[in-house]
Design a protein around this ligand. Structure first.
Ligand SMILES: *Cc1c(COP(=O)(O)O)cnc(C)c1O
Length: 452
């Protein structure tokens, strides 16, 4: 049965329920599943025909032994995944998977909606209230806020960098109210994330039952492995071992970790293209084995990926036999060559991102937004270097809806992306948020004052 150990290896293993409830491990490490379950051949053969919620329940079942039964998972997934997942053919074997059809129009809905329902259920069963803390670089906050809105027994606090989120992104989280509080900081995402992480390991706050809804929570990663399997099964004979190339626009590396879990559980993947914006600390690391975080992170138009020190890197390193602590210090190097065999890092700057949005529209008639354009540009770059894979089935992830970035899209291709229903009516609603200093003491006082 799968249990969850900490990447810092200083606390005992726990089951899925406790990993979800704790978020971050007590030694500040990140929970990782052991063993990673092997997907049965039979499931790989049937995956192509399975509706998404059924596939999700089947994939997640072995990760959840002792916490959720298959039936409970199916109920959660049917409720969570009630939207489309278009796989758009762009050019021969090349596809874009649109993960932007959920209620907040970013791929983060996949994880947030699962977590909201899973945690809501655990809180109900155990009669213990939870306070969720989340730092957002743009899209996590709204996905989490929507997923936890009105869930009894759970309150959510979202910290965001006021100057780095778009107006629509901000409105999506500040117009909800109820059990969701938003705090605006005059700083960077990395600073917000650091405050949240410090609160988790602060013994003075233990009585608040804090947990994380950031991708440091394993509950974010597990559901993100499902769409890789879903896409691959629809484009390739995965039961027969046919391999797919994925391009993943990455910031905190939670999305990629989902893919890597699917890969380790047996999904045939030729390569993951790891596409970042100008925050290129991970592509450099993949090339040289040396890791240097970027402080402060660079501000790019793909704002949800402006991360100078991704928290999930510790998990990627762990998966390849190394150990990295929460500060980014490598205590044991990972197997670099193996990592390079599986992952191809590439950094795409804003000029290239904009040019890609224009080219993809002119050449292929597809509308990409900045994050998806980083993925697509990364894929093109990779295929130019690896002509032997030009005919392999290929999926580039589109992680947000173009209508979240209307100014940019309009300026580049003179088109107003139609608003999905989830983004309509935001402009007229009242916003509620408080401003907070970027200071741990101030944050801690706020939490104690408000929630104790
Ligand atoms: C969060 C986000 C990303 C980056 O995902 P990670 O899991 O942090 O690597 C990419 N695109 C969009 C639109 C996002 O919201």
């Amino acid at each position: 049965m799968t249990s969850y150990y900490s990447t810092n290896r200083r606390v005992p293993e726990v089951d899925l329920a406790n990993a979800l409830l704790q978020g971050q491990a007590g030694d500040r490490g990140l929970f990782m599943p052991r063993p990673i379950p092997t997907m049965e051949r039979e499931l790989m053969r049937r995956a192509r025909e399975m509706p998404y919620p059924e596939l999700a329940a089947a994939v997640l079942e072995p990760y959840a032994t002792g916490t959720f039964t298959r039936d409970v998972l199916l109920e959660i997934c049917r409720d969570a995944y009630d939207f489309d997942i278009p796989l758009e053919q762009v050019d021969g074997p090349r596809h874009v998977m649109r993960l932007d059809q959920g209620p907040t129009a970013s791929f983060k809905d996949f994880a947030a909606r699962f977590m909201g329902r899973a945690l809501g259920r655990l809180v109900r069963e155990r009669g213990r209230e939870l306070l969720i803390l989340t730092a957002t670089s743009g899209d996590t906050g709204s996905a989490i806020a929507h997923a936890f809105l009105g869930v009894p027994g759970i309150r959510a606090v979202v910290l965001f960098p006021i100057h780095e989120v778009s107006e629509r992104q901000r409105r999506q989280m500040t117009t909800l109210g109820d059990n969701v509080t938003t705090l605006a900081l005059e700083s960077k995402f990395d600073d917000c994330q650091a405050l949240v992480k410090q609160a988790f390991s602060d013994p003075d706050l233990a009585d608040l039952n804090l947990t994380s809804a950031n991708s440091i929570n394993i509950g974010r990663l597990l559901p993100q492995s499902v769409y890789y399997i879903y896409a691959a099964a629809r484009l390739a004979d995965i039961g027969g071992g046919e391999r797919v190339v994925f391009s993943v626009p990455s910031g905190n590396f939670g999305d990629l970790m989902g893919g890597l879990l699917a890969f380790r559980s047996g999904l045939p993947v030729a390569r993951f293209v790891v596409a970042t914006n100008a925050n290129d600390e991970v592509p450099r690391f993949l090339e040289t084995g040396r890791y240097e975080r970027i402080v402060p992170s660079r501000r790019c138009i793909s704002n949800a990926m402006n991360v100078g020190h991704p928290s999930n890197l510790a998990r990627v390193v762990d998966l390849y036999g190394g150990q990295m602590d929460e500060q980014g210090v490598l205590h044991e190097p990972p197997q670099l060559e193996r990592m390079q065999d599986d992952l191809y890092g590439v950094s795409i700057d804003d000029d290239r991102t904009r040019a890609t949005i224009i080219e993809a529209y002119r050449r292929h008639g597809i509308v990409l937004e900045p994050h998806g354009a980083v993925g697509w540009a990364g894929l093109e770059h990779f295929l130019n270097r690896h002509p032997e894979l030009r005919n392999a089935p290929t999926v580039s992830l589109e992680t947000a809806h173009p209508a979240k970035f209307p100014e940019e899209i309009r300026a580049l291709i003179d088109l107003d992306p139609p608003l999905p229903p989830s983004l309509q009516g935001l402009d007229g609603r009242r916003e509620h948020y408080e401003e907070l200093e970027t200071d741990y003491r101030a944050f801690k006082d706020y939490l104690i004052r408000t929630y104790r």
